[in-house]
Design a protein around this ligand. Structure first.
Ligand SMILES: [Fe+2]
Length: 380
């Protein structure tokens, strides 16, 4: 007998109301437009670097992604509003270096493409929709949210002014540090079908036997990192955070276009994975695994200090048991290459709707441009 298998992504439920999705879309899209509108003449041309994208290309790509999945069923055969949209903005086909060489349409055209796409979706959201449509609309909103955050870390790299107000102010960590002890236990990690929209790398929920562990109640601060740095006199350069500089005895940190006096009680940010690891070795501690961080974030939120920073884990980004790709195939699978580490949590530039303890972020270990910090575990 033929069995008809329903793909996973059609079975994710529940979704928020369509009115909520429209609010999210308006919120995310107006933020993108605001960022692009505030770009000063000349700032759209950026150096060709692995950690950057030409901002106009990225804007076109955001609209393209949304149109491709929501209005073209993920098929190039279905016509785009914009001519040659796939050749310009399909990130799976347009190699990174090529993005600097393309004839990108002018900004007016890109705004019109964005507006046309947005209006079609706003119209859809006023009618009854199938799960498939809800899935792709949600995916496109979250994709746009992630690109909005990417604008923030690109602006940090470029030394441009902060592109938008963060959702979380940098925390001054006044509470005394302590270790929070978790007993050994079998816990479920990953996501299941009834948890609403999920990303493919969260599939599926599975038990893990955790050993007892003790994890710091707060992330490593600038002051704590500075102590480590001052002990590394002959390797100062390798371990100095990328946006720090010293003038006399005073340390400064560049935040977007501002040099600020380093605040000792603030969580240290823009740290590479190897810097975090080296710090841990020096303290005779270790980085938490992604499961330990998930366990911490699932506990009473008042007992630990949220950082407003993604937190590095010691876990290499790997599929969970039962992983299969969802339609946007490049979201996870290409990055199970052993070169990406899992980060948990969220940053100040991540909207509330993306802040889930099951969410798994991942970056290559040399990245320090993203808004990332870390906390440590004791070694028993
Ligand atoms: Fe993208």
């Amino acid at each position: 007998m033929m069995q008809f298998v329903i793909p996973d992504y059609l079975r994710y439920t529940p979704y928020p109301s369509q009115a909520t999705l429209l609010t999210w879309l308006e919120d995310s899209n107006s933020l993108t437009r605001y960022i692009l509108q505030n770009l000063q003449a000349g700032q759209e041309s950026v150096p060709q670097q692995e950690i950057l994208n030409p901002p106009h290309w990225e804007f076109g790509h955001i609209s393209w992604f949304h149109e491709f999945w929501v209005h073209r069923s993920g098929l190039e055969a279905n016509q785009s509003w914009l001519s040659n949209a796939d050749g310009l903005f399909n990130s799976s086909l347009v190699s990174h270096a090529t993005r600097w060489e393309l004839q990108i349409p002018d900004l007016d055209k890109l705004f019109a493409y964005n507006q046309a796409t947005f209006e079609r979706t706003a119209d859809l959201l006023g009618r009854p929709l199938r799960n498939e449509q809800l899935y792709f609309i949600t995916l496109s909103i979250f994709h746009q949210d992630m690109h909005n955050e990417a604008f923030a870390y690109m602006w940090q790299t470029l030394g441009y002014p902060q592109p938008f107000m963060p959702n979380h102010q940098s925390t001054n960590l006044q509470i005394p540090i302590r270790d929070l002890a978790f007993s050994g236990q079998t816990r479920q990690f990953g996501s299941q079908l009834d948890e609403g929209f999920i990303f493919d790398n969260e599939k599926w929920v599975h038990p893990i036997q955790l050993e007892p562990f003790s994890i710091a109640s707060h992330p490593v601060t600038n002051g704590e990192y500075l102590e480590f740095l001052q002990s590394q006199a002959n390797q100062l350069e390798a371990w100095t955070p990328f946006y720090w500089k010293q003038d006399g005895r005073q340390w400064y940190e560049r935040h977007f276009d501002q040099w600020q006096i380093l605040q000792e009680n603030n969580p240290v940010r823009h740290i590479r994975h190897d810097q975090a690891q080296r710090y841990c070795e020096w303290r005779r501690r270790r980085l938490p695994t992604e499961h330990e961080l998930t366990t911490l974030y699932s506990s009473e939120a008042n007992t630990y200090q949220s950082t407003g920073l993604w937190e590095w884990s010691s876990s290499t980004f790997q599929p969970f048991p039962g992983f299969t790709e969802d339609p946007y195939r490049d979201y996870s699978r290409p990055w199970f290459d052993g070169r990406h580490q899992v980060l948990k949590g969220w940053s100040a530039y991540t909207p509330e709707r993306l802040r889930r303890t099951a969410f798994r972020n991942f970056y290559e270990i040399q990245r320090a441009d993203i808004f990332c910090g870390f906390r440590t575990c004791s070694i028993e």
